[in-house]
Design a protein around this ligand. Structure first.
Ligand SMILES: Nc1nc2c(ncn2[C@@H]2O[C@H](COP(=O)(O)OP(=O)(O)OP(=O)(O)O)[C@@H](O)[C@H]2O)c(=O)[nH]1
Ligand SMILES: [Mg+2]
Length: 452
């Protein structure tokens, strides 16, 4: 009989520095828990500590580190890299003092589930901090960035997304590889040097190869995007799990993936707003944002997010039922600013309003008077949002007359794709068309017509 492989068990570790309040700290740990669950791990506990700063060597203080090691089955000491030992008596005294009553205490139990094999730290930690923690706990150590990288790796489907993620991962792994190999080398035979150089060169070559492949794909994608440039385009952007794909489904009737997972969507999808309008409106679903989104991932998803940059309208989706939605909004705004999309007109969509009480709705309306409160699950709300989108474009469009010489009838399809044709006449110069369209699209068409 086949048995399922055991679910990896993980313990979360967070350090609360003075600049972070209790609510924000708890929310951050909770989000880390959701990231870890998205990876398919079971979260068995949290070890949290208030510290003035994140400890240089081992993240946690000595006492907490030992408690953590009790849970994971490690020695609690880093070994040769440890800070100088104190006298035994002093150590006992201080440890007893540091063991707070709220710390998890585990009695040995033969039927107890296996000890957690993973320690997951809610900060970006250095390679040497990770190594020290691994030595002390005997568990595998991942930080927030590592978890996000792993999720992106698993959720990437398109060739482009896969390449982007692999590039980001290699950049993340290579300094870690360097330091850990260097550390091992110091104790080893001394022959490691060339191995390390070899590894580095392999990674450099691989990165160059991947970047080349990615550029090829992106050239094609840029081409495709530029043919869509003058169409009416809306992009759904926002924090991960806010409901972008759900709204995409509701607006376009497409079967994009909706899941209660973080980073369910990594590939940009473009679909037509339904029922179709004239000219049609294209809606893009995009990759979500998160607190401390690794910089290499932001950089690699820049091209994916170009969809957002080129849209005429951004629908900025927020999960209004999430208690931390204000800080999520802030994070999303920062990422958009970073990629230069903060200049694109946007509408704030406070989604999942079906989960928000009447009183909280009133507070939301007062705080965000221009926002649209809705539920992606409500067909009426989706229909109203569609009307809002159409109204936005109607307000932005202008009416103009174009003359299409008989020699340039090939451009007729461009006209119909990007504009609404109100009237067509013919005379000796060509086809005279009265159109309604976005000013930029009309201007570009005029330029094309003028060039011969
Ligand atoms: N109750 C309720 N749940 C919603 C609503 N909109 C989305 N959800 C749920 O929220 C979860 C995330 O929805 P998605 O549409 O996948 O979110 P997303 O923004 O595309 O997430 P990523 O692709 O991971 O960034 C799913 O379980 C949805 O069913 C809503 O209006 N009300
Ligand atoms: Mg999605």
């Amino acid at each position: 009989m086949e048995t399922n492989p055991p679910v990896p068990r993980a313990i979360l570790v967070g350090v609360q520095v003075p600049s972070v309040d209790d609510v924000a700290h708890a929310a951050s740990i909770e989000e880390l828990g959701r990231l870890v669950k998205t990876l398919g791990y079971e979260v068995v506990g949290t070890m949290s500590q208030k510290r003035y700063e994140i400890d240089g060597g081992t993240v946690l203080g000595k006492g907490r580190l030992e408690q953590l090691a009790t849970i994971t089955g490690g020695t609690g000491v880093v070994g040769s890299m440890a800070i100088p030992q104190k006298s035994k008596a002093r150590e006992h005294f201080e440890d007893a003092d540091e063991k707070k009553p709220d710390a998890p205490q585990i009695e040995p139990d033969p039927d107890a589930p296996p000890k957690p094999a993973f320690v997951i730290v809610d900060h970006e930690i250095s390679p040497s901090q990770a190594r020290n923690l691994e030595r002390a706990t005997g568990a595998q150590v991942l930080d927030r960035t590592g978890v996000i990288m792993e999720i992106f790796h698993r959720h990437a489907h398109s060739r482009e997304a896969k390449l982007q993620v692999e590039i980001a991962r290699l950049k993340y792994v290579s300094p870690r590889l360097r330091e850990s190999s260097a550390g091992e080398r110091r104790q080893g035979s001394g022959a490691g040097e060339s191995d390390l150089d070899l590894d580095r060169r392999k990674i450099r070559d691989r990165l160059a190869e991947l970047k080349e492949q990615l550029e090829d794909i992106q050239r094609d994608n840029d081409q495709r995007r530029s043919t869509r440039r003058d169409q009416l385009r809306v992009a759904l952007v926002g924090y991960t799990n806010s409901g972008k794909s759900s709204l995409m489904r509701a607006l376009t009737g497409s079967e994009v993936l909706v899941a209660d997972k973080l980073f369910a969507t990594l590939d940009t999808t473009v679909r037509t707003l339904q029922p179709e309008t004239k000219p049609r409106v294209l809606v893009s679903d995009t990759v979500g944002f998160i607190k401390m989104l690794p910089h290499d991932l932001v950089a690699s998803f820049r091209s994916t997010l170009a969809e957002a940059l080129e849209a005429s309208l951004l629908l900025f989706v927020v999960d209004a039922s999430d208690p931390t939605h204000e800080s999520q909004l802030e994070v999303s705004r920062n990422v958009l600013r970073e990629i230069g999309a903060d200049v694109v007109p946007s509408r704030l969509i406070l989604n999942k309003i079906d989960r928000v009480s009447e009183a909280d709705r009133a507070a939301l309306r007062a705080k965000h008077p221009d926002a649209i409160l809705l539920s992606a699950k409500s067909p009426e709300d989706a229909a109203a949002l569609r009307e809002m989108i159409i109204a936005f474009f109607e307000a932005a469009m202008v009416e103009e007359q174009l003359v299409l010489p008989y020699a340039k009838q090939g451009l007729l399809s461009v006209v119909y794709e990007n504009m609404r044709v109100l009237r067509e006449d013919y005379d000796t110069t060509g086809r005279i068309i009265r159109v309604r369209g976005l000013p930029d699209a009309i201007a570009r068409l005029r330029t094309t017509l003028a060039a011969s």
